[in-house]
Design a binder for this molecule. Structure first.
Ligand code: RB5
Length: 150
């Protein structure tokens, strides 16, 4: 599984920690930046390229981090085909994939501790979309909105 990671300054340290963790776990990681800590950088500049790579299937799933995770989530969900959410609990980390086919997890680098973030990431990566009729029906409604709003 190839994982894309991206963060602004608010998520910079957590991104680097998660990246190393994933590499140690045997994942291939593509880093979309930031590559240096710059307190003046803007999360869309890193999150949008990551989101586009997820949709293009250049990476299998994405991890986007800013200070709170909110901005990353707002930006990522502007890309058609992205199903991103800010996650702070274990249940949502896997259920978001199982029911909603979440393909990009957002985390708050100023909110969550490293070890807790690693657990959420593993719950996200180990989860699989169930694809029951009710899940497909709901996602189809979301996809129709994306098409109408293009
Ligand atoms: C940057 O200071 C901060 O606003 C950003 O990282 C993020 O928290 C936005 O949601």
């Amino acid at each position: 599984m190839k994982i894309g990671v991206a963060a602004d300054h608010g998520g910079f340290d957590l991104k680097n920690t998660i990246k190393l963790f994933l590499q140690e776990e045997g994942y291939e990681v593509k880093d979309f930046g930031a590559f240096q800590l710059d307190t003046g950088d803007d999360y869309p500049d890193f999150v949008i390229p990551l989101a586009k790579a997820v949709v293009a299937k250049e990476v299998d799933r994405g991890i986007a981090i800013c200070g709170s995770g909110v901005g990353a989530s707002v930006a990522a969900n502007k890309i058609a085909g992205i199903r991103a959410a800010l996650i702070n609990d274990h249940f949502s980390a896997h259920q978001g994939v199982e029911d909603d086919d979440m393909n990009l997890i957002c985390l708050g680098g100023r909110v969550i501790a490293f070890a807790a973030a690693e657990e959420l990431v593993m719950a996200f990566l180990n989860a699989k979309y169930i694809g029951a009729e009710r899940h497909e029906r709901r996602l189809q409604k979301v996809k129709e909105l994306e098409i109408k709003n293009q």
